[in-house]
Design a protein around this ligand. Structure first.
Ligand SMILES: CC(C)(COP(=O)(O)OP(=O)(O)OC[C@H]1O[C@@H](n2cnc3c(N)ncnc32)[C@H](O)[C@@H]1OP(=O)(O)O)[C@@H](O)C(=O)NCCC(=O)NCCS
Length: 444
């Protein structure tokens, strides 16, 4: 009978080792006994960018990149996008099960009644330059929240964790909206507890002189679905940052600030912003073939919004987003950039370069076009992503804390620098000495 083990022969010593295989995985630490002599540290695995390393066991999100499948807690993303709401999906990610009616009502109550920010946060936001990127503001204000809730560092206390989870899910849209209003020079709008999560966010962004704001139901629903699609994506760069920083037992505000910072980069949450810039640069449908050629020869940029570390098939979220696009365009008018995007997709999906490398549209390819049609400036795109991703970050963080196998995250390295050498005083290091610099004298 086949055994669930892996036999490895170390050709340096001729010894054979048998390693257990669990869930198609060997433990990297099981390689350590492979030593060529007693002074050897032991064998390590080398995996820059973690392309083939599982850093945890997780029950939150499942992705089958080859088949284009995404489940949260076992539920297909398509069903959640169609039938759930973002707050309910957030509950599911964090608790593992869909809520009962009573649990749902309590959850909604909590995440609706923690939306307000301390007035000092407003002052903090006011301190930013008028053109500060809202993502920089979000990262800073998330971290700043830890100073308002010092008890949040008691991360081992489940009650404390629960409270901070309510706060982070409830307050992130308020922080995001304040950052947006600041960049427009508009007064901040306080949360309206009578509106839905997405509806209230639209209210805090776009309300002007109305006595009460009524969100457009199509846009409210579209935003809610976009948040669902972004709610988690297993061990992506920002979730990994959340877990890694959280593993030092930092409080969840600082950990989620780190996660948001990771999300900011153009290869992660900044990609939809990059897609829009790319579409603007292409300008018209007739420039698409030339642009694709430049991507293929490596002269230009990558085709932003295409390709994914995990998906080697059409990203299921991109399919859902394409459908939402039509509904949003019916209300807001068609975004002319859509035609360029459709043409890029059409050509790329037939082109050998993209086919061979299994490069398909990812979630960011169409999301920017919708956000723009909804009236969001490009700088707000990663911020919208962060609001959607917050429950996922928190679920990953909590799972990490409750996992007895986890410790402070601390990878190994392969040192390729100098061997030990002796310090040389400055005058003995060679080269022409710099002329002596005298401090400039103040004008008298
Ligand atoms: C997402 C991404 C970072 C994944 O990268 P990765 O898993 O490290 O894949 P690699 O960078 O090793 O790419 C593999 C090959 O595909 C090519 N490739 C990957 N994405 C590409 C893109 N968007 N356009 C053109 N070529 C691309 C690479 O040049 C490489 O080709 P090579 O084998 O000839 O060198 C990458 O696909 C990318 O940069 N996409 C654009 C940014 C984006 O949309 N990010 C959002 C992710 S949700």
């Amino acid at each position: 009978m086949a055994k669930n083990t892996l036999s490895i022969t170390d050709n340096r010593t001729g010894k054979t080792y048998e390693l257990p295989v669990t869930d198609d995985t060997i433990k990297a630490i099981d390689l350590r006994p492979l030593k060529f002599d007693d002074t050897d540290f032991g064998l390590m695995s080398y995996d820059p960018a973690f392309t083939n390393t599982a850093s945890c066991r997780s029950q939150i999100t499942f992705i089958d990149g080859d088949r284009g499948i995404l489940w949260y807690r076992g539920y297909p993303i398509e069903q959640l996008a169609e039938m759930s709401t973002f707050p309910e999906t957030a509950y599911l990610l964090l608790h593992g099960e869909l809520p009962t009616q009573a649990e749902y009502e309590q959850w909604i109550y909590e995440i609706t009644h923690h939306t307000f920010l301390h007035e000092n946060v407003k002052k903090l936001v006011e301190g930013f330059r008028y053109d500060a990127h809202p993502m920089g503001m979000l990262v800073s204000t998330l971290a700043a929240l830890s100073t308002f809730y010092p008890e949040s560092k008691e991360v081992r206390d489940p009650e404390v964790r629960r409270k901070q989870i309510y706060r982070l899910i409830a307050k992130t849209p308020t922080l995001a909206a304040f950052a947006y209003r600041h960049s427009r020079g508009l007064p901040y709008v306080q949360p309206d507890n009578d509106l839905s999560y997405a509806g209230n966010f639209l209210n805090m962004l776009f309300r002007m002189s109305e006595v009460s704001y009524e969100p457009n139901p199509v846009l409210e629903k579209a935003l809610d679905v976009l948040f669902i699609l972004h709610a988690d994506h297993e061990q992506n760069c920002s979730a990994n940052a959340m877990r890694s920083v959280g593993s030092s037992l930092a409080d969840p505000y600082c950990s989620s600030a780190a996660a948001a910072a990771a999300l900011y980069g153009p290869l992660h949450g900044g990609a939809n912003e990059a897609v829009l810039r790319m579409l603007h640069e292409i300008g018209t449908v007739k420039n698409v073939p030339k642009f694709i050629e430049k991507v293929k020869t490596g002269e230009g940029t990558r085709l932003m919004g295409f390709g994914h570390r995990i998906y080697k098939n059409y990203d299921p979220r991109a399919k859902i987003i394409k459908q939402i696009a039509d509904q949003v365009f019916e209300v807001m008018g068609r975004n002319p950039l859509l035609d360029i995007a459709l043409e890029l997709e059409r050509i790329a999906l037939q082109d050998d370069y993209f086919v061979k490398r299994k490069l398909y549209p990812n979630v960011d390819f169409y999301s920017g076009i919708i956000y723009q049609a909804m009236g969001f400036p490009v700088e707000m795109f990663p911020v919208l992503f962060a609001i959607g991703r917050m429950p996922g970050w928190l679920a990953q963080w909590q799972e990490m804390l409750l996992d007895a196998e986890q410790k402070i995250a601390r990878p190994r390295q392969v040192y390729t620098g100098h061997k030990q050498r002796d310090y040389l005083p400055l005058e003995r290091r060679g080269g022409v000495p710099e002329p002596e610099r005298k401090p400039a004298r103040a004008a008298t």
